[in-house]
Design a protein around this ligand. Sequence first.
Ligand code: NAG
Ligand code: NAG
Ligand code: NAG
Ligand code: NAG
Ligand code: NAG
Ligand code: NAG
Ligand code: NAG
Ligand code: NAG
Ligand code: NAG
Ligand code: NAG
Ligand code: NAG
Ligand code: NAG
Length: 701
Amino acid sequence: MDLLSNKWIVNLLVCCLFIGVGCNSVEKKIYVHLNYTVPCVRLLNATHQIGCQSHLSGNVGVLHVLESEENVDWVLRSGPNPPYLVILESPLFTRSIMMKLKNGSSRVAGVAVVAPSANPLEGVSPHTTCPNENTENYDPSLAHCNVTVWNPLGSGLSYEQFDFPIFSLKDDNDTQVIRQCYMDHNRAVNGSTPQYPLCAMQLYSHMSAVTDTATCMRRNDINFSISPEMVCDPLGDYNVWASTRPINNTAKGHKMWESVVIAAARLDSRSFFFEVAPGAESGVSGFVTLLAAAHALRNATQEAPPNRTILYTFFQGETFDYIGSSRMVYDMQNNNFAVDLDNVHSVLEIGQVGLRADSRLWLHSDPVSRKNDSVNAEVCILYIHDLQTAAKGLNVSVNEPGFSQPLPPSSFQRFLRARPIPGVVIEDHQSAFTNRFYESMYDNAEYLNISYPPNLTPEEQLVFVTDTAKALTEVATVVARALYIQAGGAESQLEGINADPQIVTRMLYGFLIRSNNSWFQQRIPPDFMMGESNCSDRPTNFYVGVAQQRSELTHLVQYLLANLTGSTANISQDNCQNQREDEKDKESKHMYSYVWVQGAAPPNSTKREGFCVRSTVRLSKALSPAFDLRDYTSKNYSTWTESRWKSIKGRIFLVASHDLEMLTLGVGVAVLLASLLLTYIMSSKADILFSSGREPANATY
Ligand SMILES: *[C@@H]1O[C@H](CO)[C@@H](O)[C@H](O)[C@H]1NC(C)=O
Ligand SMILES: *[C@@H]1O[C@H](CO)[C@@H](O)[C@H](O)[C@H]1NC(C)=O
Ligand SMILES: *[C@@H]1O[C@H](CO)[C@@H](O)[C@H](O)[C@H]1NC(C)=O
Ligand SMILES: *[C@@H]1O[C@H](CO)[C@@H](O)[C@H](O)[C@H]1NC(C)=O
Ligand SMILES: *[C@@H]1O[C@H](CO)[C@@H](O)[C@H](O)[C@H]1NC(C)=O
Ligand SMILES: *[C@@H]1O[C@H](CO)[C@@H](O)[C@H](O)[C@H]1NC(C)=O
Ligand SMILES: *[C@@H]1O[C@H](CO)[C@@H](O)[C@H](O)[C@H]1NC(C)=O
Ligand SMILES: *[C@@H]1O[C@H](CO)[C@@H](O)[C@H](O)[C@H]1NC(C)=O
Ligand SMILES: *[C@@H]1O[C@H](CO)[C@@H](O)[C@H](O)[C@H]1NC(C)=O
Ligand SMILES: *[C@@H]1O[C@H](CO)[C@@H](O)[C@H](O)[C@H]1NC(C)=O
Ligand SMILES: *[C@@H]1O[C@H](CO)[C@@H](O)[C@H](O)[C@H]1NC(C)=O
Ligand SMILES: *[C@@H]1O[C@H](CO)[C@@H](O)[C@H](O)[C@H]1NC(C)=O
């Protein structure tokens, strides 16, 4: 009774005080949680950490919408209420402004970039000018883009380290709330200083790992023995591969009589922000072309098989110092892959091929290995003979870059590092990249000019053959025919090898517009998670992710490649899922892989009719050998890891002034002390105060 009344008095007291000093601002305090935010996260390599992070309890700053580059002075010097949380419209998200903010980071609490709904006109690339330069093995005269700077627009922003969080916001109602809040409360009108309460933003993106990969892997190990709390994970995933002739995948190492032509493309890409990696030109144009070429070759390689095997390989993690290809080469060298390097006849890689000017393709080769006469002779055959023959009668011209320059960044580099193998990389650029948005958030469907007539339903868009699809189909036909000749096939068969624009257009739609579409759905297993993170109404995400998980992308490519190169097998679901033709069969799993896919529903039913696909499609690890070798400072292999984090979120609210907050705190503390004192006095004098009303404690016994 007495304690209750005591509390009541305190409450009354506090509230009165608050009403006195501005209950209003507290009452009106708004919290808006930002739903569609994307952070920049911390990555580490052998020597550096890059990316962003907040304090453990989030970074709070007064909102400031930056209006121009000159306006940055308000944030760094003149503004009276630091630290600031800077809102940038995307044209201002430049290296120059970001480096100024980085330098003045004591007054910067964080940055939020408003992603535009349409691509900019100017080229933008947050990547380096010389991608993967540290893991290429050229002598100094060719190394570090000495001869050709591949990505001249690269600002290197993606490889900087920031001490504050940087988020990307979708331009929607949330962003409107932010702008409004800024206009209402924070904007300095006619040079006056804005008055409290001010609009503030809080961003959480605390990262567990620090310094470099060696440090975080050591911490992982220590922590693992105490409590299984990891601080970072190696980047990686799985490579996808298939062969035109079945190869015993259980027996590793050298295969007598086997000679393979490797047809390679890379899968992954990145941008400044986590899991925003549209990679349309940098990745999708190449691997969709290779998938289409593999399909075009299915009939010819079965009916008139050339005497060499074609090995289709799709590499993961190439953006981060060639994780996938370096692992495959390492496995080949250590007899841990279905074939070894002695089995490799040559390599044909498809790079960026979505933006051809005048229908020209450029065939890049390696000037160092071509000093070897036999390699040079093979390269000349690949170039002059095979590819030109393959392009005959098609609207594609194949050209050699006119001067001796090193290979552009490509997986083939990793094969050349192991030994001089003849090979060619097909690109749409002669020297520097045509791609003006390399590894940026703008390298998307819009950039590849994939657009549809208005008013088409998603199903109609899916089957609409775009001009981009037609152009890539021609490239795929050239690639397929060149591979066929390269594998020793007869030129008389070439007429029958044609890529299918219907399939190319569906794949472009699936990877760049919506992965949740009927064409993909018919080709995936029933238990492949749809919705949520997998197969959503968005384009596929091409960021490689951490090595423990196989990404949606790897799965999709695996199932599509199986459907495009394999055959339907009349096998029960049970046997199919157990990798066998029937109950007695124990041998087939060495040669084939089986996947049960959900198929389509017949017209008069809603139940899908699944079936089994037999193919030679396999996954192989794409984890950098540095982590198997526990060589975390490796100079030969990728050492990239991704930090772990607990929460990523952002919100905006109004803050009272610092003085007011201090006053409120002071009053609170005073009230607390007073009430403690009161309670102490009351309890110590309780005998006197309440003696009449109290029963003796042992009275009932
Ligand atoms: C953001 O999320 C909250 C809670 O999840 C929800 O109430 C709110 O409507 C969402 N806002 C928007 C703009 O979707
Ligand atoms: C970084 O800030 C300091 C002052 O804090 C200034 O003197 C210096 O010029 C700045 N450096 C750059 C590169 O802007
Ligand atoms: C490339 O490297 C060579 C040898 O180190 C040097 O002589 C040459 O000037 C360099 N070229 C360029 C463009 O930097
Ligand atoms: C690690 O990354 C940083 C930033 O990109 C780079 O400067 C450095 O050379 C890299 N270290 C190694 C060993 O590749
Ligand atoms: C955004 O605001 C507009 C009008 O203010 C409203 O019609 C729309 O539904 C809102 N969208 C969301 C996602 O809240
Ligand atoms: C700011 O200045 C403009 C003219 O320079 C004036 O019209 C406006 O009323 C002023 N606003 C405030 C809030 O003083
Ligand atoms: C365990 O990990 C935490 C970070 O998550 C780190 O602060 C701590 O130092 C680690 N413990 C040991 C023993 O290294
Ligand atoms: C494949 O290799 C494994 C292991 O060497 C062997 O047991 C199996 O019989 C081989 N299968 C075929 C079809 O060659
Ligand atoms: C492959 O052959 C089948 C039948 O022989 C034919 O229906 C199909 O169109 C051919 N596919 C291609 C891509 O040529
Ligand atoms: C493949 O066949 C061609 C003739 O078509 C022959 O010249 C060549 O030696 C054969 N290559 C292999 C590896 O068997
Ligand atoms: C590929 O998928 C389609 C649609 O489910 C199906 O009709 C076709 O038979 C499949 N091809 C193979 C080889 O399984
Ligand atoms: C669906 O149609 C097929 C042929 O068009 C027929 O064989 C089958 O019985 C029909 N199924 C149902 C459930 O009506």
